[in-house]
Design a protein around this ligand. Sequence first.
Ligand SMILES: [Zn+2]
Ligand SMILES: [Zn+2]
Length: 356
Amino acid sequence: MAIKVGRWDCEACGYIGNKGPETKCEKCGSPRPKNVKFYLVEESEIVNNQELIREALAGEDWVCSYCHAHNKAGDNKCQSCGSLNRPEEEHSRLQKKLYEMDEVPTNGKTIIPIKENKTIPAKNKLKRGCLFSLVIFIALSVIFAILVTFKTEIDVRVDSKQWEHAIQLEKYDFVVEEDWELPHKAEKIESFDAIHHYNKVSKGFETKTRNVRVQVGTEEYVSGQRDLGNGYFEDVYSTRPVYENQTESYEVEVFEKVPVYQTKYKYRIQKWTKENPAITHGKNDSLCYADISSIQSSYPIRAIDTINTYTVFIIDHRGDLQEEKIDLTSWKEIKPGANIKAIKSTVFGTYLGLKQ
Ligand SMILES: [Zn+2]
Ligand SMILES: [Zn+2]
């Protein structure tokens, strides 16, 4: 527990560096200022003398309430005016102060930890640039979305129209498949052993090592300084853990993938499978479907669905050919060569579709 001698500066003559415990200026003899500020210098002596250590630890100096002179804790009367140091006299005392290491006053000035200038790292600048671009992009998108909503009605000419009826077909054909079981009615081609799945089997344990940080004890360190209020300073200690990197071994279970075989079958079986659709199409209003009963096939054929499309081709306001898929009722009403209503974008002039 090191004790050091502090310093104080004389306000009367400006002398710098009076020894902390001295209550009068070394140069002009003026008393310590009322609000004396003790500080440490690099060459502050460590006190080894037992008597001075006792003085340092005796307590804060007291301030005479009559003449304001500073007196040692052990003085039973004021060294300046002789008034007694008794509880009823209500003399005040200088204050003890506790400083963290980085705020210990030195050479008359309190060192304020220098705050680093907040410069924006390049990465942040980049982020801001990205953010700015994003905001611009969103704004432009919103403007575009608003402009697109302005529409104007136009007349377009029907060039031609077309219908198409597609019957989705399936045929009951033979296919070759493989499976773990032979289905009913299947005709077996062959059976063989194949990997069905893998089992995870333990191969035992393996010893591995890893580095770990282990607390091996604690250490004391000087974490601050205490101004004892009498010109002396005392080291303040704190405790912190001490770590060491150690190698630790541990066991890991090792597994192996072992294949499990089972009998697999290859067989022929008759199934409904997809067949090309039967399509009919035309340009006039006489609609019809393909006659699937007339399809030449060695296997049964069945219809499962129909997909009908009705298309009109129109020449838009710019002379471009446009294709529109519409419902049957509307399609029947539209005649080639006639004019019908459509819409275009007011701002961009592009063709948007038939008027609903
Ligand atoms: Zn002085
Ligand atoms: Zn006094």
